[in-house]
Structures are given as C-alpha cells and as structure tokens.
Design a protein around this ligand. Structure first.
Ligand code: FAD
Length: 296
C-alpha cells in the first residue's frame, strides 16, 4: 500500500532528479549513449542486450519510427563490433494495432540482424499478448532461425508453451515475469514462482534450448547451477541482468563459468516508461528504492 502510494507520486518528481535516480538503470536518451555504455561493459568483459524503451505504439507511424531506430541500432552495434542482442517488445512494433504490420517490422530488423550475424529477441509482455507473441515468434523464426523468445515462469501456461514450441533449437530468455497477473493465470508467491522457474529451466534444457537465465536472484542462480550440472556438458546457457541491478554479484556469477550479459535500455521515453512500469508493479518500485537507499 505504502509503495503504491509512493509510486503514484512519481510524476511529481522533477525530471532532473528522476534522471539522477535512474542513471544507473538507463544509459541515456540516444543510441550513442546506449552504444557507449555497451562498449564500456564490453571492456569490462560483459556482452550486452540493447533495448529501446517503449511499448504500446499509438499508431503505425510510431511503430515505424521504433523499427527505424532499431535498424539504426543494428548498424551501430555492427560498426562497433559489439556482441549485443537486439531485444524488442511486440507492442512497441504495433502488435496491438495490426499483427501483420508488426510482423513485417520484425522481419525487416531480423533480416538485417541476420546479414550482420546478430541475434534478435522477441520480448514477452503481459498475458493478454502471450498467444499473439508466440505466434509472431514462431512465424518469424520459420524464416529467421536466430530469433529468440522470452518466457515467463510466473505463468501457469509456460510448461505447455515450452512443450508446444516447434521442432529444432530455440533460443529462450527465461524470466520470472515483470507483469503482475491474477492467480487464475499466474503464480503470485515468490517461492512458487522460483519453483516454477526451476521446472521451466529443466524442461528447456532437456529439449536442448539455448537458455538465457535472466534473474538477479542469487538463491535462484545457486539452484540453477545444479540444474545446469544435471543437464550435462552439452547445454548452451548464460545469465542476463539488467544494467544497474545488483552489479556487485555479476563478477561472482561470471566467474562461476557463466557468461553474464547486460541489458541496456535507452531512449527519450525513459521517464514515462519507467514511471508506468513502477506504478503497475509496486514490487519493482520497492526494489529500485531499496537499491538507491542501501546500494544493493
Ligand atoms: P527478484 O526476486 O524480483 O529480485 C532479486 C533481487 O534483485 C531482489 O533483491 C530485488 O530487489 C533485486 N531487483 C530485481 N529487479 C530489480 C530492479 N529492476 N531494480 C533494482 N533491484 C532489482 N520480464 C518480462 O515479463 N518480460 C521480459 O521480456 C523481460 N525481459 C527481461 C530481460 C532481462 C535481461 C532481465 C534481467 C529481466 C527481464 N524481465 C522481463 C524482468 C523479469 O521478469 C523480472 O521481473 C526481474 O528480473 C526481477 O526478477 P528477478 O528474477 O531478478 O528476482
């Protein structure tokens, strides 16, 4: 309740103060800011993921502008020879407006990624879009096999979604899920979400998926080490983290034989986007406040 109340006051905070509070999470407003940050991370031994902040494109022109920016990002990554994935939210490319036009925008970016030997990831948004996102992903993957998907352990449906993935190797980022969903569709307790995450991880490794475990939960990372050991030598896996979140853990996780890949968001919409996310998910707001106050 307290965090919900505080989160509703976020729009009152002046932008320069918000900018300072968010500096560790958001690389900046421009593509150059993001590429500079990804280069610095590369120099410290961390490959990256680039994300243009935005969702729910209001019209086709906005979705086209987002896809043009991603195409510029792909060129920038290649020019700087960075090991960086491109990560895109379907509603940012207009999934809620016109699924066909959204697919065409993904295809254009996927084609260029393929030309330049880069990977693209279709992100997962709230449960209203799960079916449409999986369909988009499978269609895209049929012509661009290096595209990957995000699956959310929180959702009850995820084991069935893993079982229904088409034949062949899939590239999956496994997350707990940032969107709070009702108990009819999702686990709501942290322990149940972690147990579901482990079960999903086992299922994905058993079907030889390339898996990115995206989490900052050290207890979960410790359990995953056992899951990976049980799966044997032939697994393709890495850890992924959000820039600025628990950086003191990254060297330990990396030295334990995992690649740690850092997700770098940027864009002019950083303020509206971050405020909306934190208001929708007070747990996220609490995590941010804790890390600012206690430097976690
Ligand atoms: P938690 O138990 O939530 O957190 C573990 C610890 O990390 C806690 O101490 C917590 O305070 C701290 N922490 C976690 N997040 C933050 C934060 N933002 N700021 C400060 N401290 C924090 N979700 C989706 O639904 N769809 C996606 O496409 C998606 N992509 C993602 C990509 C990456 C690379 C990552 C790392 C996460 C992504 N997520 C996505 C978010 C994910 O679903 C979780 O909401 C988020 O990672 C927090 O869960 P956790 O596993 O870190 O565990």
């Amino acid at each position: 309740m307290f965090h919900r109340l505080l989160a509703s006051c976020l729009p009152l905070i002046p932008t320069p103060v918000m900018r300072r509070l968010c500096a560790r999470y958001i690389s900046g407003e421009t593509l150059t800011d993001a590429l500079d940050r990804l280069e610095a991370l590369r120099d410290d031994g961390y490959p990256g993921v680039i994300d243009l902040l935005g969702e729910d494109a209001a019209d086709g022109a906005t979705a086209d502008a987002a896809s043009a920016e991603y195409l510029a990002a792909v060129e920038g990554i290649s020019e700087r020879s960075l090991d960086v994935y491109v990560s895109i939210k379907p509603t940012h490319f207009g999934l809620a407006l016109d699924a066909k036009a959204c697919l065409a925008r993904f295809q254009r970016v996927a084609e260029r990624c393929e030309d330049l030997d880069l990977r693209l990831r279709v992100e997962m948004e709230d449960a209203r879009y799960t079916d449409a996102t999986l369909l988009l992903y499978e269609t895209l993957r049929s012509t661009h096999p290096s595209c990957g998907i995000v699956l959310q352990a929180r959702l009850h449906r995820t084991p069935a979604d893993i079982a229904a993935l088409s034949d062949g190797e899939h590239d999956v980022r496994l997350v707990k899920g940032v969107y709070l969903e009702p108990p009819e569709v999702a686990h709501t307790e942290p322990a149940a979400i972690s147990d579901a995450y482990i079960a999903n991880a086992e299922q994905l490794l058993a079907r030889h998926a390339r898996v990115s475990f995206a989490t900052h939960d050290d207890a979960l990372v410790k359990r995953l080490k056992q899951v990976i050991a049980n799966a044997g030598e032939e697994t393709h896996h890495e850890l992924q983290v959000l820039d600025g979140v628990r950086p003191s853990y990254w060297p330990t996780w990396r030295s334990a034989d995992h690649t740690v890949r850092v997700y770098v968001p940027y864009g002019p919409n950083w303020r509206a986007y971050s405020t909306r996310r934190m208001r929708k998910n007070p747990q996220l707001f609490k995590a941010v406040i804790r890390s600012i106050l206690f430097g976690e």
